[in-house]
Design a binder for this molecule. Structure first.
Ligand SMILES: NC(=O)c1ccc[n+]([C@@H]2O[C@H](COP(=O)([O-])OP(=O)(O)OC[C@H]3O[C@@H](n4cnc5c(N)ncnc54)[C@H](O)[C@@H]3O)[C@@H](O)[C@H]2O)c1
Length: 390
């Protein structure tokens, strides 16, 4: 039986644009239960040339150098936004107003007010939305949620989580939009910390108050020469540009369920590559996830007889439904990779669009993520604890 189609209009063909295009291809191929077949309809980039060459490479039928033309195209069902942070707002708002479903990279926006406007606009227009917090789509995170909901670790008492990467520890890594307040907002906090905040939201629930501090060690960077994104090289002229946001951030967090914790981020952690780590303790046990081994969870359960207690390794696999597209039988430990998690995200997006419920995580979740980040930044500015309120 042929499925109905879902036409995708992708904006951006950088690191994430490529990952999303790959995910739509493979979700359509791997998941037999997918209610709609994703079709790579149109790709938009900053220029017609960039868009045409990426469209040919990724397998899109059409391309454009002006993303707005996709909004007027009645054939397009979903606008997928993979541009730098500051562009998300206009693109998402206009897509919502045009009645399109919107899939948007994180963080949702640069400012909290813009995130609120997007959340409200999507709700008023009745379109489905999803923010690409892929660290809550790993089989390990999905499994941790099941274990916590089943009560395996009892009442939650503490969350510790950080996302450390080392790419900006290289002083010759050129300036990019990630260093600009206007284009990115905060530095490592919005770029990396927002993922940890998403895990805390998913597994711990709401945040009551925060205390933050931040540091910047690389005050200026060489201007960008050839290449783009993480692969860009420095401009040979020797020009240097000011870094406007923080290299690393630390926050103390109080959750609404009474638990305490810390959330940290760094883009200059020498030696760290995909250093997302989180650990959740409860009255009956502890769960640990290390992103450089992200197919695994460590769990210690107090419910076990005393002589059997201690940390055990769980291989995250077909305990979670989304894993079954990859291995259609009972399996784990074969290991999924970073880009496979985007396939899971797209699976959830398409089920969300086809179903009666909202997609998860939607723009309301993205707004809440932004609210927590804004409170952390406000705490730095006023050098005191900030309570989030209702
Ligand atoms: N979820 C994740 O794990 C993850 C990882 C990396 C980046 N991101 C997010 O993805 C987004 C993009 O990051 P990236 O690393 O892919 O950036 P990138 O610089 O590699 O790609 C950005 C793309 O946007 C295009 N673009 C710029 N201006 C445009 C315009 N006016 N119209 C259309 N396209 C335009 C660029 O040409 C490029 O193709 C950011 O919001 C970032 O925070 C998420």
């Amino acid at each position: 039986m042929t499925r109905k189609t879902l036409n995708i209009g992708l904006i951006g063909s950088g690191f994430m644009g490529q990952a999303h295009a790959d995910a739509f291809h493979r979700a359509g191929l791997l998941y037999r239960d997918l209610p709609l077949q994703p079709v790579l309809h149109t790709l938009a980039d900053a220029t017609a040339e960039l868009a045409a060459s990426a469209a040919a490479r990724f397998g899109f039928a059409h391309s454009t150098g002006n993303w707005r033309t996709m909004l007027a195209d009645p054939e397009i069902d979903v606008i997928d936004i993979t541009t730098p942070n500051a562009m998300h707002f206009d693109m998402a708002l206009e897509a919502i107003e045009a009645g399109k479903h919107v899939y948007c990279e994180k963080p949702l926006t640069v400012t909290l007010e813009d995130a609120r406007r997007l959340r409200d606009a999507a709700s008023a227009r009745g379109v489905k939305t999803m923010v690409a917090f892929n660290n809550i789509k790993t089989p390990a995170a999905l499994l941790a949620k099941k274990l916590i909901d089943r009560g395996d670790i009892g009442r939650l008492t503490r969350f510790r989580g950080w996302f450390d990467q080392g790419f900006f520890n290289d002083p010759e890594m050129p300036w990019s939009w990630r260093c600009s307040r206007e284009q990115a907002g905060s530095g490592s906090l919005g770029d990396l910390g927002s993922h940890v905040v998403s895990v805390a939201q998913y597994l711990m629930g709401g945040v009551e108050s925060v205390v933050g501090q931040e540091q910047t060690f690389f005050e200026a960077r060489p201007a960008q020469g050839r290449g783009s994104g993480y692969g860009a090289a420095a401009d040979a002229s020797g020009a240097r540009l000011k870094v406007e946001n923080e290299d690393q951030f630390q926050a103390l967090v109080s959750f609404t369920n009474g638990a305490g914790g810390i959330i940290e981020s760094s883009r200059i952690a020498a030696g760290k590559v995909f250093g997302i780590y989180w650990e959740i303790s409860g009255t009956e046990g502890t769960i640990v996830m290390d992103g450089e081994r992200f197919n695994e969870l460590k769990i210690a359960r107090y419910s076990e007889p005393k002589h059997d207690r201690g940390f055990k390794t769980l291989l995250a696999g077909s305990q979670v439904e989304q894993f079954n597209g990859f291995f259609g039988f009972d399996f784990a430990g074969g290991g999924l990779g970073y880009f496979d998690v985007k396939v899971i995200e797209v699976h959830d997006l398409i089920h969300g669009i086809a179903g009666q419920e909202r997609c998860f995580p939607d723009f309301a979740f993205g707004y809440e993520n932004q609210r927590i980040i804004a409170a952390m930044e406000q705490s730095v500015a006023q050098r005191s604890r900030v309570t989030l309120g209702e």
